[in-house]
Design a protein around this ligand. Structure first.
Ligand code: NAD
Length: 303
């Protein structure tokens, strides 16, 4: 079993690293905030002194950090992972970042004889706890096969989608579909509410048809129940769509719907809603209509 280094012990990194411990792996863990280290060492891990020290003591180093700048600092920066990693070790960055940054880090690793995979996840904290994340990976097939058994301790779906960067392109594609789906749902429910219909009745009427989706089933009840407690935060989704637009620009691809929803997310952050669940995208559309989608509206008007 490889000795594993785990860097980034936040909402996702804590349960993911604990699942590796439960599976019998030896872990060295590190975070710039000591509280995360204390929690995971209490569960049996050893504490690293820095990213470099964590990498020097392990063969496989996993990072789970907020965004590209943090991943660059942790891997390429002073006292970073690459300073400690030995040739032949493997780094798997599981953060959701720009694929352009993944490629830059992959090239820097290759120059030092260190293998690199990008392996972002979908599923959020509950699936991180249950070890049922969907993990989408970019990198060399033989390196993927080598680390697959470790990734399977954290996720129930582990898929290689292409070379380095492909994991994050896949994750961005996922995030585009989810965000645009929520925005479309918002327009639909606002229209129905304005027409005097009960949005819950409308949701129940359409969910079995072609418009039905996992997003609709998860998010429509939250909007109708006015529960925006975060599963996935507005500010993280804004970051993902920004990364999608940057990657798209580098490939000269235009993503009009993504651009529009990214702007809505930024406006919501400026309203202080960055920590609400992304289903609160609907509140942007509600404001434009001057109406709130909520249970119990009765049909009095129609158009
Ligand atoms: P988080 O902010 O809770 O945790 C990130 C951790 O990284 C923090 O503990 C922070 O102290 C640490 N950190 C930052 N810079 C560091 C550095 N230079 N060296 C060491 N540690 C450092 O974030 P999270 O919710 O765990 O998300 C991590 C990644 O997973 C993000 O890219 C996010 O988009 C993605 N993701 C999150 C969810 C979710 O529901 N939370 C779902 C899917 C994917």
């Amino acid at each position: 079993m490889p000795q594993i280094g785990f860097i980034g012990l936040g909402i996702m990194g804590k349960p993911m690293s604990k699942n590796l411990l439960k599976a019998g792996h030896t872990l060295v863990v590190y975070d710039i905030v000591p509280a995360g280290i204390a929690e995971v060492t209490a569960a049996g891990a050893q504490a690293g002194e820095s990213c470099r020290d964590t990498a020097a003591r392990t063969d496989l180093i996993i990072t789970m950090l907020p965004d590209g700048p943090e991943v660059e600092t942790a891997i390429l920066g002073a006292a970073g992972v690459l300073e400690g990693a030995r040739p032949g070790s493997t780094i798997v960055d599981m953060s959701s970042i720009s694929p352009l940054v993944s490629q830059k880090i992959g090239a820097a690793c290759a120059a030092k004889g260190v293998e690199f995979l990008d392996g972002p996840v979908s599923g959020g904290e509950p699936k991180a706890i249950d070890a049922t994340l969907a993990i989408m990976v970019g990198g060399k097939p033989e390196i993927f096969e080598k680390v697959r058994p470790v990734l399977e301790k954290m996720g129930s779906s582990v898929t290689l989608t292409g070379p380095v960067g492909a994991g994050n392109v896949t994750k961005l594609a996922n995030q585009i579909m989810v965000a645009c789906n929520i925005a479309a749902m918002g327009e639909a429910l606002v229209l129905a509410t304005r027409a005097g219909l009960d949005p819950e009745v409308v949701f129940n009427a359409v969910k079995g048809g072609l418009a039905g989706s996992t997003v609709l089933n998860a998010k429509a009840p939250m909007v109708i129940g006015r529960n925006f407690k975060p599963g996935f935060r507005i500010k993280l989704h804004q970051k993902d769509l920004r990364n999608a637009l940057q990657a798209a620009e580098s490939m000269k691809v235009s993503l009009p719907f993504t651009a529009m929803v990214q702007q809505m997310l930024m406006a919501l952050m400026n309203e202080g809603k960055g920590d609400l669940d992304h289903s609160a995208i609907v509140t942007f559309i509600e404001q434009m209509a001057g109406i709130e989608v909520k249970k119990g509206a009765t049909a009095q008007t129609a158009v």
